[in-house]
Design a protein around this ligand. Structure first.
Ligand SMILES: [Zn+2]
Length: 301
């Protein structure tokens, strides 16, 4: 099993962090979980063959988790992908419908004049994309791997969001991706014994401080993004984040309860002191703690 964090960021567009996206090699298959901004280019940076991705999973449909999907779907078909199944909760079908409702002209045009789409059925892989609705008790078995879902807590009335657990059959290796969620006790059971737990740590911990302004790139302290920085000092905004997201110490407690080997903290931004984020988690979890950055890869043979 090889797992790569393609995007470790959050909604604020950042030069160094893409939106949420993870890819994994599982039993020789290549899966993608979430497809936030920059995901397609990050796949190329990792040397991943985008035509080999035939299974895409969504945790929920905030834009920082799905903005690159339509580009991925169309461009991977254009260069040769012929199958695609998209799994996700509420909103997934609408997103997949966007292929036809937004890009029917692109598909029609490239089908007619490109020799790249080729194969025997030119539109295979783009006009027959399958959508699978992911219920809370969702389980799916592929040849070399399996996946299950967990209902998580993140603006739940709107999104009905999910976390995923993937298991590689041959090696018995596994990883869990929390997606976006407040800390929920069910995560500890869901992630029990996993090799890797990739958990969001978007909320500021109670004893955590932001980076000094001198260490934050100027553009993120100026309009329009200064409001985002200032929201950290606004009680209502901070409370909203706490209600829908997890702080690093909480993620560490879940990792400890689950008994995972490694915890990867993700969904971060340029205001956060990543050394402090790591220390706060290490104080409560004895396993390996990694702070995600785009391109971080973990292999478990
Ligand atoms: Zn979200």
């Amino acid at each position: 099993m090889e797992l790569t964090i393609l995007g470790s960021g959050q909604p604020l567009p950042e030069v160094d962090r893409g939106g949420a996206a993870i890819t994994a090699d599982l039993g020789g298959d290549r899966v993608l979980v979430d497809c936030g901004p920059k995901a397609v280019h990050r796949l190329l940076e990792q040397g991943v063959d985008i035509t080999a991705i035939e299974d895409v999973f969504f945790t929920h449909h905030h834009v920082d988790h799905n903005a690159s999907f339509l580009y991925f779907a169309v461009i991977s078909w254009y260069v040769g992908r012929t199958d695609l199944t998209v799994y996700g909760p509420r909103g997934t079908e609408s997103l997949v419908d966007g292929i036809e409702s937004i890009y029917d002209q692109t598909v029609e045009s490239w089908t007619q004049w490109s020799n790249l789409v080729g194969e025997t059925t030119p539109k295979a892989g783009i006009d027959d994309v399958e959508t699978v609705h992911v219920d809370p008790d969702f389980e799916h078995d592929a040849d070399g791997w399996s996946v299950s879902a967990l209902a998580v807590s993140h603006d739940t009335e709107i999104f009905d969001p999910r976390a995923y657990r993937f298991e590689e059959h041959e090696t018995g290796r596994s990883f869990v991706f929390s997606g976006d969620t407040a800390a929920i006790p069910e995560m500890a059971d869901f992630a029990a014994g996993a090799d890797v737990l990739v958990h969001e740590a978007n909320a500021l911990g109670p004893d955590e401080t932001l980076l000094p302004k001198t260490e934050i790139p100027d553009q993120y302290l100026e309009p329009p993004f200064e409001k985002y920085y200032e929201s950290y000092f606004d009680d209502d905004s901070a409370e909203g984040v706490e209600r829908h997201h997890t702080a690093a110490p909480e993620a560490a407690d879940l990792a400890a309860d689950a008994g995972v080997d490694a915890l990867v903290l993700s969904h971060l931004n340029c205001y956060r002191d990543v050394a402090q984020v790591r220390e706060q988690a290490e104080a409560r979890f004895d396993g390996e703690v990694l702070v995600a950055e785009d391109g971080l890869t973990l292999s478990r043979a």
